[in-house]
Write a protein that binds this ligand. Structure first.
Ligand SMILES: [Zn+2]
Length: 439
């Protein structure tokens, strides 16, 4: 792939939540970096993208993605998962550590990063496993994981069990200036539950997860932190009103994310979509959904992340009781967020985009997520007024397990640039293959 020396993106609505830009303007790119916003770029750029009628914003950043490689390449690979990311407007994703082997030692982290360098279509941060072999017993060497390139540490899918582990994990993260991303679920309240414990679970005749499971786990994390200031903690996929309440009253508490499906759907969706609406934590009630929207609005939840979790059609065909947890989300996230938060007037478009650009970039401490002069030209260009219908068979992801199948949604991704190079445009991926040198 050739790198354009000078490129102009002309006439789009340029939105950067971080710098506050929101105006129809030209964006000038030189040598992969943003050279100017507004008039006054090079007089004759070598290439021009006409973005009239489009939104031009920082490429989206996803803190929570399950790429499945290594170990479960029949569900997704780094290549297919990052294609799905780019198709959904993302230029950076973070890979959760529930792979086999897990990124629990520097050698494995390096091996996984090698795979990413060879086959990823976007930037990928590796999140280190909190315990060795994800055994939930022995904490990993967080400092060594960070030195090997991990961007955070997480117990997602393999939660820490004890107060002592939680305390030690936070202390180590504070020492290493690392973020701990936790899956907050008190198993004594959720064990064996396959969906939200409510009238829908009873109607379907399947065991439920008590709604207090999340809040109980968050209380345990609060007890584990007695350090000064904010704990180096980020709460993954917040799903309940009770969880929101704990975070609201936790002064200088952790940051939190929720996923588009919790903002759009309730446990009622399981009746219609079966196992394709089964994830952990589960879809909750309308009251929970409204509380999450309120929490995004007031900043208690600053990040929206997909928890993209592909499974095969055969696995999901096992039904609500037995199918594995998880839904795909990379290719619908932007549209669902716009449909649920921007179209009803809950957030402005820049506010909604902040949850998927500036906010996750800030938590990761990465350069992207903003359209400032000198920043890498990682860009998303999308048509805000387009409408499309979700057809899972057209996903770039190998996973088809979405609860949004058949739904009409706003906004279509037109182009994605990474380091100023076009990776995806007009429905096509760059013929030269995954961009080199970005990971
Ligand atoms: Zn999780």
């Amino acid at each position: 792939m050739t790198q354009q020396q000078a490129l102009a993106v002309r006439g789009g609505r340029v939105i950067c939540p971080r710098t506050g830009i929101d105006e129809v303007a030209d964006l000038h790119i030189e040598r992969g970096r943003i050279a100017a916003v507004g008039p006054g770029g090079p007089p004759a750029p070598e290439a021009v993208i006409d973005a009239t009628g489009m939104v031009v914003c920082p490429g989206l950043i996803d803190l929570h993605v399950h790429l499945r490689e290594p170990g479960a390449e029949h569900k997704e690979t780094i290549e297919s998962g990052t294609r799905a990311a780019v198709r959904g407007g993302f230029t950076r994703v973070c890979a959760m550590p529930n792979t086999t082997p897990a990124p629990d030692r520097p050698a494995t982290v390096r091996e996984i990063r090698g795979r990413i360098r060879r086959s990823a279509w976007c930037r990928v941060g590796v999140i280190g496993a909190a315990t060795l072999d994800n055994d939930r017993e022995s904490l990993t060497d967080f400092g060594a994981l960070k030195a090997a390139g991990c961007v955070a540490v997480s117990d997602d899918a393999f939660m820490l069990r004890t107060a002592e582990q939680r305390r030690e994990a936070l202390l180590r993260c504070a020492d290493e200036d690392l973020l701990f991303i936790t899956h907050a679920e008190a198993e004594e309240l959720s064990r064996d539950g396959v969906m939200h414990d409510g009238d829908m679970a009873r109607r379907l005749g399947v065991p439920g997860q008590h709604p207090a499971a999340e809040a109980r786990a968050l209380e345990a994390w609060r007890e584990a932190w007695d350090g000064p200031g904010r704990p180096p903690l980020h709460v993954a996929h917040l799903s309940t009103a009770a969880g929101v309440a704990v975070l609201r009253e936790w002064e200088d508490g952790p940051t939190a994310e929720t996923a588009p499906h919790y903002l759009a759907l309730t446990h009622e969706a399981v009746a219609e979509h079966g196992a394709n609406a089964k994830m952990n934590p589960p879809l909750r009630t309308e009251e929970d959904r409204r509380a999450l929207i309120g929490a995004v609005r007031d900043g208690t939840i600053s990040v929206i992340a997909t928890d993209h979790a592909p499974h095969t059609a055969e696995e999901k065909a096992a039904g609500v009781a037995r199918a594995p947890f998880g839904v795909v989300g990379l290719e619908t996230a932007l549209s669902v967020v716009l449909a649920e938060l921007v179209e009803p007037g809950i957030l402005t478009l820049p506010e909604a985009l902040a949850t998927m650009t500036a906010a996750p970039a800030g938590l990761l401490g990465v350069e992207g997520g903003r359209l400032a002069v000198g920043a890498p030209a990682d860009l998303l260009i999308f048509a805000p007024d387009a409408r499309w219908t979700v057809r899972p068979e057209r996903f770039a992801s190998m996973g088809r397990n979405t609860p949004f199948a058949g739904r009409e949604l706003p906004a279509a991704v037109e182009a994605v640039l990474i380091d100023g190079r076009s990776v995806y445009a007009g429905g096509r991926f760059a013929a030269a293959g995954p961009p080199a040198g970005i990971n």
